[in-house]
Design a binder for this molecule. Structure first.
Ligand code: SAM
Length: 236
């Protein structure tokens, strides 16, 4: 059952509001932090000024603040931003057009947002990072697991719910078309609430990621971790 949609790139269903990219606010509000930022700890110390793009309800904002970073947290969903911790500076804006006077030590783009299906959106995200970094600042980008994207098939996702035993996740539908991967995820809470999230992903190999970064003015890309989930791009 693919959710009915008038928007071909993203949609969502279930209790509570959904964002333009199909994320359900109630679902994301309660998702636990899974240590995703650990690999980035050398660059996220006390006093680091972080611009977090696509922050959602603050799942990653909280650990950033706990590490002593100051955070400007950006999202185009007002509903998501209402859940941000008060110590973060919430910014209701689209990443594509965001233009702040401040320059940051780190711009963070997590959750595979760099895989947006439209090329102009990916370029606009990279340009946003570049125009908000100080010289020598870092754009830290979380990419999707390339092997998983290549082989994912419908079925229950085991192991992902580990620290959130109340939540079950299924990959409900997968379609590969024109070099992109479209899928529907279905989430169910033990209390009966269920959500779906339909989205499209553009897989990006290393040359494509390098080109994206270079076109935005970054010199090169470096993998942060052996599992190649985080990229580090330094502003000259
Ligand atoms: C998958 S959620 C991730 C939230 C959070 N980073 C996390 O890891 O839990 C993606 C978030 O990015 C936001 N988003 C997507 N596209 C955006 C855009 N163009 N401008 C601003 N926010 C955007 C959505 O509203 C949503 O809250």
């Amino acid at each position: 059952m693919k959710p009915t949609t008038t928007e071909p790139l993203f949609s969502g269903s279930g209790p509570g509001p959904q964002t333009a990219d199909g994320c359900s606010v109630e679902l994301y509000r309660d998702l636990p932090y899974r240590g995703e930022l650990q690999a980035l700890s050398p660059w996220l110390g006390a006093g680091t000024r972080v611009l977090e793009l696509g922050c959602g309800p603050g799942r990653l904002t909280r650990p950033l603040l706990a590490q002593g970073c100051s955070v400007v947290a950006v999202d185009n969903s007002a509903e998501m931003l209402t859940h941000l911790p008060l110590r973060a500076q919430a910014m209701h804006a689209g990443i594509e057009t965001l233009t702040l006077a401040e320059r940051f030590d780190v711009v963070l783009l997590a959750a595979g947002l760099i895989h947006m299906p439209a090329a102009e959106t990916r370029h606009a995200f990279a340009a946003c990072a570049a125009r908000h970094l100080r010289p020598g600042g870092l754009w830290l980008v979380q990419v999707h697991d390339a092997d998983w994207l290549a082989r994912v098939t419908p079925g229950r996702v085991t192991g992902d719910e580990g620290d959130d035993k109340d939540l079950v996740l299924w990959v409900y539908h997968v379609e590969r078309t024109q070099g992109q991967v479209a899928m529907t995820l279905r989430y169910a809470r033990a209390d009966g609430r269920q959500w779906t999230h339909y989205f499209r992903i553009q897989p990006l190999d290393e040359p494509a990621l390098r080109q994206l970064a270079r076109e935005a003015g970054f010199q090169d890309i470096d993998w942060v971790d052996a599992s190649r989930r985080w990229l580090r791009c330094e502003m000259p």
